[in-house]
Write a protein that binds this ligand. Sequence first.
Ligand code: NAD
Ligand code: MG
Length: 392
Amino acid sequence: MASEEHKLRVAVLGCTGSIGTQTLDVCRQHADRLDVVALSAHSRTAELVQTARDYGVACVAVTDERHASDPVLQELPAGTELLRGHEALAEIVQRADVDCVLNAVVGAAGLEASYATLKAGKRLALANKESLVVGGELLMPMATHDQMLPVDSEHSAIFQCLVGERANRVHAIWLTCSGGPFFGRSAAELESVTVADALRHPNWAMGPKITVDSATLMNKGLERIEAMHLFGVGIDQIPVLIQRESTIHSMVEFVDGSVIAQLGASDMRIPIQYALSYPERWDTPCDRVDFRALGSLTMTAPDPVAFRCLALAERAGREGGTVPCVLNAANEIAVGAFLAGSCSFTDIARVVEATLDAHDRSEVESLEQLKQIDAWARSCAQDQLSRLVLHA
Ligand code: NAD
Ligand code: MG
């Protein structure tokens, strides 16, 4: 058993979400190696207080100001420091008792914490893919070798396939995709799908935003951009492969024609754990796959006509600069509206496309500039939504 001083001291940002709670489970299973020292949650303060008790953390942050004075926070264990507001995330990552930050915040709201983590020289276990989609051009030059470990299952798979390999010998990265709940449907059939239909993902239980992104395939579009930054390849080198069972988590094809894939259970605790254990491997946090029981693996190409968000993300990835920031912000607004019942499923792509059309690309310069463009894109997407509603 590792001694107290050799434990990796982890801050879990977004600890109440799907990735956050699975991270806590990994930390519980490997309590001899991992020590949870700080937590953040946006609004679910009762869960935050319970987790702070369970893990005995030194510090918690409530990022949503409207919940920063919830009475339940008085029940935090004595001595637990309480931080409030969005800036608290950057404060947490700079704490002297934090070695590694697992960023499981959803949306562009996670970008500043990723930035601050890299700046502070800490390990960044990154689930928040929006950080790289929006700010990849800022973050990648800041990261030293192996400082940023992807948690997204596909990117963890690609990272694992590349261990010991040379990046310039990669021919293609086959990014796998379950196809989501609407696999095989036509554009016309997608017009009338409901929120409940979209939230019924065949293989993964995730937060609502990424579940809708997985239904529109925007998630795969965002992941292609994430992979471009992480692995330094162009978008044309990242074909999307529908792999219905989510058993192959992605594959790397080398120039010599050899293909290396990473397979395993559809359980996010595996990539979460790898981002914390790297370069070591620890005992599995979940059930293993019995390949004899699998039968077959099905693979096919995606349909970019029905799943228009995939094509829009490709456009943003190709144009680069501030365009992916606009894509992401417009998508966050449109997905929020769809979940709230104020637009249709196919309106998501309409809003994103109209917002992209209204944007003049520039080069990425700073966090401040990205924040301004993000705010502009959100307001433009709101305008597009109002127009759609007027014409409905
Ligand atoms: P979730 O909605 O379940 O949880 C989100 C967490 O972020 C919660 O703890 C919430 O309190 C916090 N949060 C919400 N809004 C915030 C804000 N404005 N500021 C600060 N914190 C905020 O989401 P999730 O499914 O756990 O996904 C988290 C991230 O991980 C996303 O970027 C997602 O794309 C990525 N990811 C998730 C999965 C998965 O299986 N869930 C897989 C791969 C990647
Ligand atoms: Mg993924």
